[in-house]
Structure formats: structure tokens, C-alpha cells
Design a protein around this ligand. Structure first.
Ligand code: ZN
Length: 108
């Protein structure tokens, strides 16, 4: 039969474990917060970037003069460069110009 001493030992071990968890809890919470915060921040940046690009792409027309965007280059990250007849240019990385890309391939 376990003695009172054994109960005390078990209880103090349990208490130690609880204290260790409690001591590390702020760090765990901080890391969780940072992790999800980073995911949310990246999502927001992605969504804002998409809408900004969509606004500038303007269904294939320059927002300043209404000329049609003409493809001229692709950068190393896969962004496509477009320009028009009036010296305006635009770089986009979202697949907003897919139809144009397909049309380009068909020409070749
Ligand atoms: Zn223009």
C-alpha cells in the first residue's frame, strides 16, 4: 500500500510538470501567435497584391490612356512585363493575363 510519502512525491512531481508547462506557456503562445500572424499577414499581402494588380491590369488596358497592354518580357520570378504605346508599363505575377498568354502561344 502506498504511503503518505509516496503521495507527496507524486503530487510534487505533478506540480513540477504543471509549473514547467505554465512557465513555457507564454513562449508557446507567442510562437503560435507569430506563426498564425505571419500566415494572416502573408494572406493579406497576397490578396491586396492581387487586387492592386487586377486594378492596374484593367482587363488588358492601360488605366492612364486606355491602350492595350503588350507583352514584352518575363522576369526570373515569372512576372510578366507589359507596356503600351505611351511608355506606360506594368509587371504582374498573378495569372490575370492568362488569356493573353494563351493568345501569345497560339501566335507562335
Ligand atoms: Zn498607357
Amino acid at each position: 500500500m502506498p504511503s503518505l510519502q509516496d503521495y507527496r512525491a507524486a503530487l510534487s512531481e505533478l506540480w513540477e510538470l504543471l509549473r514547467t508547462i505554465l512557465e513555457r506557456l507564454p513562449m508557446l503562445m507567442l510562437m503560435t501567435f507569430l506563426f498564425f500572424g505571419a500566415i494572416v499577414a502573408l494572406s493579406v499581402i497576397g490578396v491586396v497584391g492581387f487586387f492592386l494588380e487586377r486594378r492596374d491590369w484593367n482587363r488588358g488596358q492601360c488605366r492612364k490612356c486606355g491602350c492595350e497592354w503588350r507583352y514584352f518580357d518575363t522576369d526570373r520570378q515569372g512576372g510578366r512585363g507589359y507596356r503600351d504605346d505611351h511608355g506606360h508599363y506594368l509587371w504582374i505575377s498573378c495569372p490575370l493575363d492568362k488569356r493573353h498568354a494563351v493568345a501569345r502561344l497560339e501566335v507562335r
